[in-house]
Write a protein that binds this ligand. Structure first.
Ligand code: ZN
Length: 431
């Protein structure tokens, strides 16, 4: 959500990009800034109005504004912001369980989420004790990960992947920060014995950012270990839900023989904030998004995603917040469900089908700029990121796709050549 408490309609808030033009800002927010409380309230009310009687809620983290320096955004401010948003969710969804994950911005100094107990973990645990059981609170206070049963046979596992983020200097070159990987492996071994299925939630995803040629988040060593565990336990992992990119995308993980075994979903953000990351390809921001996930209660697999959005420009112009259905994933993408094999087929089809990729691309930015054009290089990066979360495989994918795409360009140049020759001959004959 990235709430900016300093947001004001007639002055530049602290989270606004330095190049923000003008001094007037929309009541529901601005693409250059993190959002006002009004937008957060609006998003949570829209969630309630769309469907109040849900099984549970997933909150994928990152609650404080960008850019703030760490002196302003100290631990007291961070905990106050997380506390306020926890209250908003608790009051709106009174009797529902929210499974929150900690984001890299839910800390001070930002990204430095520690692999050991800390007073701030204890403070956040106080906000979340209404949702988390005693056992979950114990591990949360150790390093911000936990597990709870959703039902008899379906388990929620919330991980603190900020420990693997390469901006986190506290966890560089550790064998297993917070002992989380060992805990995750042991937990899923036991879950397998008990015939349970699992839904995994975290903030920072493994793999590569699909809007950038060379941007990944995990230290390479942790990326490998994490992907190894996802593959090892793929038989019981129904789905994985993460965030951090602010974009709407998906990832597929595979067995060594190429069988697609895991679906990983990247949910778009409520904040419309345009990224300041250098060399991002395409639009920098997004419209605020929320999603309703239809899932199989036995397996934890995702059957469909109902993605909703707020057209921020229109909301500000009309002074009203009308959240609309952006798509139902199955009918929008023409797939039977969101299983690993369906997502694999979708990714493979997008490689050649311009219209299908355009639909995915619009959704990727939550209709931020529906007229935006993409170029082949962007499609290659989106595709390779979606089907290769291992860094070396992603690099190999880019290399081979660009070799093919280069060959295609060469052929099209050859097609032009005979036409030019013909034209030249015709010109000669006419002379
Ligand atoms: Zn983040």
């Amino acid at each position: 959500m990235h709430w900016d408490p300093t947001y004001h309609t007639n002055s530049k808030a602290l989270s606004c990009n330095p190049n923000t033009p003008g001094t007037q800002f929309g009541m529901y927010g601005d693409y250059h800034c993190d959002p006002p409380l009004l937008l957060l309230d609006s998003a949570v009310k829209a969630m309630y109005n769309i469907k109040s009687d849900v099984d549970f809620l997933i909150w994928t983290g990152d609650d404080t504004p960008h850019i703030w320096n760490d002196t302003i955004l100290n631990k007291d401010v961070v905990s106050a912001i997380i506390g306020n948003q926890s209250t908003i969710l608790r009051q709106m969804f009174e009797n529902k369980t929210v499974y929150p994950a900690l984001g890299n911005h839910d800390w001070s100094p930002k990204n430095q989420v520690p692999p050991r107990s800390d007073q701030l973990y204890d403070t956040i645990a106080e906000f979340w004790k209404y949702w988390l059981d005693d056992e979950a609170l114990v591990t949360f206070k150790q390093a911000a990960y936990y597990t709870m049963m959703i039902s008899n046979k379906l388990r929620m596992v919330v991980l603190n992947t900020n420990l693997y983020y390469d901006s986190n200097k506290l966890t560089e070159a550790m064998p297993d920060p917070g002992n989380q990987l060992q805990w995750f492996d042991d937990l899923l071994n036991t879950a397998t014995l008990h015939n349970e299925k699992v839904i995994v939630v975290a903030h920072v995803p493994p793999g590569v950012f699909e809007k950038h040629r060379n941007k990944h988040w995990f230290y390479p060593y942790y990326n490998d270990l994490f992907l190894f565990l996802l593959k090892k336990h793929s038989a019981i992992i129904g789905s994985v839900h993460m965030a951090h990119h602010h974009t709407d995308s998906f990832r597929v993980h595979y067995e060594d023989d190429g069988t697609p075994v895991t679906s990983l979903f990247l949910a778009p953000s409520v904040t419309p904030w345009e990224t300041t990351l250098p060399d991002v390809m395409g639009g920098l921001g997004n419209n605020p998004g929320i999603r309703l996930i239809q899932y199989d209660r036995d397996s934890g697999r995702v059957l469909d995603i109902h993605q909703y959005y707020l057209n921020l420009t229109k909301a500000n112009l009309d002074s009203t917040d009308q959240w609309l259905l952006e798509y139902n994933a199955t009918s929008y993408f023409g797939v039977p469900d969101m299983s690993p094999s369906s997502l694999h087929d979708l990714a493979e089809k997008m490689k050649d089908d311009d219209q299908l990729f355009s639909k995915y691309y619009k959704a990727n930015g939550v209709l931020y700029d529906p007229d935006e054009r993409w170029v082949e290089e962007m499609r290659i990066v989106h595709y390779c990121a979606a089907v290769n979360m291992a860094y070396d495989r992603y690099d190999e994918c880019i290399r081979s796709m660009e070799a093919v795409s280069g060959a295609v360009q060469d052929i099209s140049r050859l097609k032009v050549f005979p036409i030019l020759v013909t034209y030249w001959l015709v010109s000669l004959l006419m002379d």
